[in-house]
Design a protein around this ligand. Structure first.
Ligand code: KIV
Length: 287
């Protein structure tokens, strides 16, 4: 039985902190699910950490569907949330069609979309149709060309706007809200005002939960480490060392051994060679 949106809302009421991680494939979803992570976000960050784009903007819905399917196959207990990529929810109709594909074709149990006032009618309609929606405020990466990559809501006007948007998203039916790159004090204020859980990334420790990007926390993506990330493992280093061992083994002829190979009855091989010999002489007869 998977975690549901009701379970995560109950976690907030009980004061239980909610850990969420991103996942993009079957194997990592399996690892996170078995470790007991209750929510897996198939974020459009996959455009950067998996596909190597400089931003999340080039990610397409088809790419998201491909990765969400894999994460759903790899997990049994976690609530899987699929990100709606850039320009896939510009109207209510378009959002219904695309969120529907994320739920119906890819098997996610919820979608996430970025923005405040402008997405309220979309959130409301999706929720009416039975599609759980997670909001995303503060730094919203799909608007990187407008806002740059910086902390949002440091000044009074910006902070007020984020609080109003958070309350409006809750009112529209969002089941939870990601707060990215906002001051810790502002995230605390929002968390205390909302009934729905806030999930922070670069938003301090007062949020109801936290989300980390898989490749950052595992030390897989080494181009840079964002200030808000903590590296819990150094997998790129481990993989690099493993590859050095592999290269040395192949070059030195110590891999594979008989353990990794299969063998055949020598008489069968001799028979095959005799058959080949006959074939060769027949071929020559025809020349
Ligand atoms: O796309 C993503 O992975 C996200 C998280 C960083 C919250 O939106």
């Amino acid at each position: 039985m998977r975690t549901t949106i009701l379970t995560v809302q109950k976690m907030k009421r009980r004061g239980e902190r909610i850990p969420m991680v991103t996942a993009y494939d079957y194997t990592s979803a399996q690892i996170a699910d078995r470790a007991g992570v209750p929510m897996l976000l198939v974020g459009d960050t996959l455009g950067m950490v998996v596909l190597g784009h400089p931003t999340t903007l080039p990610v397409t819905l088809d790419e998201m569907l491909h990765h969400i399917r894999a994460v759903v196959r790899g997990s049994q207990k976690a609530l899987v949330i699929g990100d709606m990529p850039f320009l896939t929810y510009t109207t209510v109709e378009q959002a219904i069609h695309n969120a529907g594909r994320i739920i119906q074709e890819a098997g996610a149990q919820a979608v996430k979309l970025e923005g405040g006032a402008s997405v309220l009618p979309i959130v409301q309609r999706l929720v009416e149709l039975g599609i759980p929606v997670m909001g995303h405020l503060g730094f919203t990466p799909q608007s990187v060309h407008q806002m740059g990559t910086r902390v949002q809501g440091k000044r009074a006007n910006g902070a007020r706007q984020i609080i109003e948007d958070a309350l409006a998203l809750q009112q529209a039916g969002a089941f939870s809200l990601v707060l990215e790159l906002v001051p810790a004090e502002l995230a605390r204020e929002i968390t205390e005002r909302l009934r729905i859980p806030t999930i922070g990334i670069g938003a301090g420790s007062w949020c109801d939960g936290q989300v980390q990007v898989w490749h950052d926390m595992m030390g897989l993506y080494t181009d840079f480490l964002p200030k808000h990330a903590r590296r819990y493992a150094s997998i790129a280093e481990t993989m690099g060392a493993a590859l050095q061992d592999y290269i040395a083994d192949v070059r030195g002829g110590t891999f594979p051994t008989s353990e990794h190979s299969s063998s055949m009855d020598p008489q069968e091989l001799q028979a095959a060679l005799r058959q080949l010999g006959r074939q060769d002489s027949t071929d020559l007869d025809g020349v």
